[in-house]
Design a protein. Structure first.
Length: 366
């Protein structure tokens, strides 16, 4: 498979449209036409990760965190990053990452955290994005109605909640007069033609609109395709950071021990105390201190996230919510085996795939 084929499948799970404005996500080094013989999955790009990929003859590395986050104005080969870039280019390794889109996506980091903590019917903690929808109406002769419906389905149009291939059709009469120079599928030059046509309406995510229009054009028999595109006020799926929901009642001590087990941590920091039974929590992978107030407002008694600072803990105390710092790495590493499963499915097991956690990069306490 080419790198572009693998990336295309990943981005159906973690769409580019979910990438936050401040983020730098996607293909960062290498050619999209590179034929891939092995994929190494890691949280970050380090010299050890690149060395491992070379040793294992894997020419694609997929990470969560972007290697190139801010613009680089020089590549000096006697520096740490310069040496990595040189090794990557010389060994023709493709570097790709999914960052904030993996945080927000269904089945991504935050959904995985909610699942691991046994959260029932988790809700988004802090909303970030909503799908922008348009309505497409296309007019087609009855003989080609199925062709257009198949094209709409293939383009991803017609998704509403947990339903796909949603559309509406109504029959009517289409009229047109072919002029000199035209090449009509039906009709005679300068003669008014009447045809029984179907008007097909469906909903399309604006991000995929051009793909939908291209497939309609390809399958439609008419030289000039009659269609309308309407902007809609109603929104599609909403996405956001973190999750909040109910869990089986537990104590703070039991929840702390559960957190260590779920996140594979030897120790962690707990800010605050709670004597009553805990039945509702919030979680957020990575750096989630910005959502402390929202977690408290949504009645979570405990908020599990990473990168807690002194003033974050003070704010949580004022808001009456307990914080558990599961570390940035701990709250995000849980997605690595999920990425592995997805890639095995995408590649049908024909490419060597491995998760690699760079122990030299982890922080240890002595």
């Amino acid at each position: 498979m080419k790198a572009s084929e693998i990336i295309s499948k990943i981005e159906k799970w973690t769409p580019e449209g979910l990438v936050d404005s401040w983020d730098n996500t996607g293909l960062q080094i290498g050619s999209p036409d590179q034929k891939i013989n092995g994929i190494l999955i890691s949280m970050d790009i380090t010299d050890s990760v690149v060395k491992k990929a070379i040793e294992q003859d894997m020419n694609m590395i997929i990470t969560h965190h972007p290697f190139i986050f801010k613009p680089m104005d020089r590549f000096v080969f006697n520096g740490y990053r310069g040496n990595i870039i040189r090794s990557v280019i010389m060994n023709e390794i493709v570097i790709y990452n999914a960052h904030t889109n993996l945080d927000l996506a269904e089945g991504g980091i935050n959904d995985r955290l909610a699942q691991l903590f046994g959260m029932r019917e988790p809700k988004v903690l802090s909303y970030s994005k909503s799908e922008e929808l348009v309505k497409v109406a296309v007019y087609v002769p009855k003989t080609h109605e199925k062709n257009i419906l198949d094209a709409l389905s293939a383009s991803g149009a017609g998704h509403m909640g947990e339903y796909s291939d949603c559309s509406f059709s109504v029959d009517g009469t289409g009229r047109f007069r072919p002029l000199e120079g035209s090449n009509p599928y039906l009709g005679i030059t300068d003669v008014l033609e009447s045809v029984t046509e179907s008007r097909i309406e469906t909903i399309v995510n604006r991000e995929y609109l051009q793909n939908t229009l291209d497939l309609i054009q390809k399958e439609h028999p008419y030289e000039e395709v009659a269609l309308d595109v309407y902007p809609l006020l109603n929104k599609g799926k909403t996405y956001g950071y973190g999750r909040v929901g109910e869990i089986e009642g537990t104590t703070l001590n039991e929840l702390a021990n559960m957190t260590k087990k779920v996140l594979q941590l030897d120790s962690l920091r707990v800010y605050g105390s709670c004597e009553s039974k805990i039945e509702k929590i919030a979680v957020c992978g990575g750096t989630g201190a910005d959502f402390i107030r929202e977690a408290a407002q949504k009645d979570a008694k405990v908020y599990i996230t990473g990168d807690i600072k002194y003033h974050d803990a003070q704010l949580a105390y004022e808001e009456g919510i307990v914080l558990i710092d599961g570390t940035h790495y701990g709250t995000e590493r849980i997605i690595l085996p999920v990425i592995e499963e997805k890639l095995i499915e995408y590649t049908e097991g024909k490419i060597k795939i491995e998760v690699y956690e760079d122990s030299s990069f982890n922080f240890e306490c002595y």
